[in-house]
Design a protein around this ligand. Structure first.
Ligand SMILES: Cc1cc2nc3c(=O)[nH]c(=O)nc-3n(C[C@H](O)[C@H](O)[C@H](O)COP(=O)(O)OP(=O)(O)OC[C@H]3O[C@@H](n4cnc5c(N)ncnc54)[C@H](O)[C@@H]3O)c2cc1C
Length: 473
């Protein structure tokens, strides 16, 4: 057996890991079940519109991301979001209200009532929770900032990121930084101020302040550029169906059309969605299986990109987009003003809105027929943005399992993953089901996984080398 790494899944996690391995001259094969690489990152261009099937923006949260884009020579392609589109809107009383960006703005915004604004200040005085308390994000927010802040700020924010609900997500697992701020500084406001100073020292950028970027031809350019770098080792339409370990040898069974093949590897990176990994027949000789990964909850989401004539949308669309609190009872989770955010998303005198439906708030709607979803979305857009005409462009992507939810108890999954790795040298698991749900989290997880795989290779070579020297002596 030649020492080589098997990477299962060619989403951003697997591709970034592969690219890093290729830089270090470590041999590998990427097995990808679908006919294309990129996973949920997928861009379509049609009739002058550019629609993202999955993510719309990459947050530049780490210098590692900048370095990668420079190495991939994507500088000319890359575009940062329009600075004038920083404004975010929330809905209150069925009307869009801009999220305030200054202290004065917070004091005067109609988004929150006067008692709610006073209640938020309670954060300066409240004690911290016991460090071992596992509470939901909702319980944490109500305790520190009050019910209205939960309903009108955190609920829509969580719908926008997780397509989830604060009543189900674990603070410690889904928002570990928020949990750490309370534990360390007690007050969230004080912690934010001090934490910002510390981040400046390390070069780390918080997600809320990170530059948002994409590419002239959409996020697909990133995964295509990575794929070009590792093309010789990518096997598409090749699902992995079985993985066995005997000593230091990992045998991977892949499906190739009607036939199966087996390949031996010295290490393995599992970077497919958890519910797909759960289906792999796993045999490491100790009775373990991966079936428990199927218990990680994913929410269903439909992404609906709709184009309109500019003259048929009353709102100026002067921002990033709008998020809808559940209490407003409007059936969409929110919409990104895609053509305000990046150029080339819609033809001249047209606009593109990318709307999200479903999530754990309304799983039925996420799986409803296309006509129902389009009709429901149009009704909401007419009400919120003053859309009058019919769409000139429609692109719909329905995910039955889109985004993993780090719910209460999610820690047990992370523990099991760590135990599995500890008992199987050369095994690593990385991606959205473990390392954070954003694209930048997955990219950085792929980068870190490659570092661990390289270290594993160096350790194994050393072992072989010292065994060989012992024999010689
Ligand atoms: C609708 C939507 C919108 C999003 N919006 C944003 C956003 O705007 N910004 C942001 O930062 N993040 C966003 N995200 C999250 C982000 O896109 C993902 O977290 C990230 O892209 C996940 O990458 P991954 O490589 O971990 O997984 P995936 O992209 O799921 O890739 C896994 C790959 O494994 C393959 N695979 C599955 N089973 C097998 C098998 N048996 N053998 C071989 N291969 C297999 C799959 O085909 C897939 O290609 C969004 C996600 C979704 C779904």
């Amino acid at each position: 057996m030649n020492p080589s790494v098997a990477i299962i899944g060619a989403g951003i996690t697997g591709l970034t890991a592969a690219y890093r391995l290729s830089q270090q001259g470590v041999p590998f094969s990427i097995y990808e079940s679908s006919s294309r690489t990129g996973g949920v990152i997928h861009t379509s261009e049609r009739d002058g519109y550019l629609a993202e099937h999955g993510p719309n923006t990459l947050l530049e949260t780490s210098p590692i991301i900048r370095t990668l884009l420079t190495e991939l020579d994507l500088g000319l392609e890359q575009i940062y979001s329009n600075p004038e589109a920083e404004k975010r809107f929330l809905v209150r009383n069925h009307r869009l209200q801009a999220l305030p960006s200054s202290l004065l703005g917070w004091a005067t915004t109609p988004l929150f009532s006067f008692p709610a604004k006073i209640r938020v200040l309670g954060d300066f005085l409240l004690p911290r929770a016991p460090s071992d308390l596992e509470e939901t994000l909702a319980a944490f927010v109500v305790r520190r900032l009050g019910q209205e802040f939960l309903d009108y700020a955190i609920n829509p924010f969580v719908a926008g990121i997780y397509a989830g609900e604060p009543e189900r997500l674990s603070l410690r697992e889904a928002f570990p930084k928020l949990h750490a701020i309370e534990q360390r500084y007690r007050s969230l406001f004080l912690g934010q101020l001090i934490g910002a100073r510390e981040r400046r020292k390390t070069g780390e950028i918080s997600k809320s302040n990170a530059p948002k970027l994409s590419f002239r031809h959409g996020l697909g350019s990133l995964t295509q550029a990575l794929t070009r770098q590792v093309a010789d080792s990518v096997h598409t339409s090749t699902p992995v169906t079985r993985i066995c370990r005997q000593g230091e040898i990992w045998t991977v069974t892949i499906q190739k059309g009607e036939s199966t093949e087996t390949h031996e590897h010295s290490a393995i990176l599992l970077a497919a969605p958890a519910y797909r990994l759960a289906e792999i027949d796993w045999n490491t000789g100790d009775g373990q299986s991966l079936r428990w990964l199927g218990d990680i909850v994913y929410t269903p989401v439909t992404s609906l990109a709709l184009g309109f004539r500019r003259s048929e949308v009353a709102h100026p669309l002067d921002g990033f987009g709008v998020l809808v609190p559940a209490v407003e009872k409007i059936p969409i989770l929110g919409a990104i003003f895609s053509s305000s955010l990046f150029p080339n998303r819609a033809p001249t005198d047209h606009v593109l809105l990318t709307c999200y439906l479903g999530g754990s708030r309304d799983p039925k709607l996420a799986q409803a027929p296309a006509e129902t979803q389009i009709e429901t979305t149009l009704k909401a857009l007419r009400q919120l943005l003053g859309v009058t005409g019919q769409p000139t462009f429609i692109h719909r992507t329905a995910y039955s399992r889109a985004i993993p939810q780090y719910e209460i108890g999610f820690g047990k999954f992370r523990e099991r993953m760590a135990t599995l790795e500890a008992s199987n040298a050369g095994l690593h698991l990385a991606g959205h089901f473990r390392d954070g749900i954003s694209l930048s989290d997955s990219l950085l997880a792929g980068h870190d996984a490659a570092t661990k795989l390289i270290q594993h290779g160096q350790r194994s070579n050393k072992t072989h080398f010292s065994l060989a020297s012992q024999t010689i002596n």
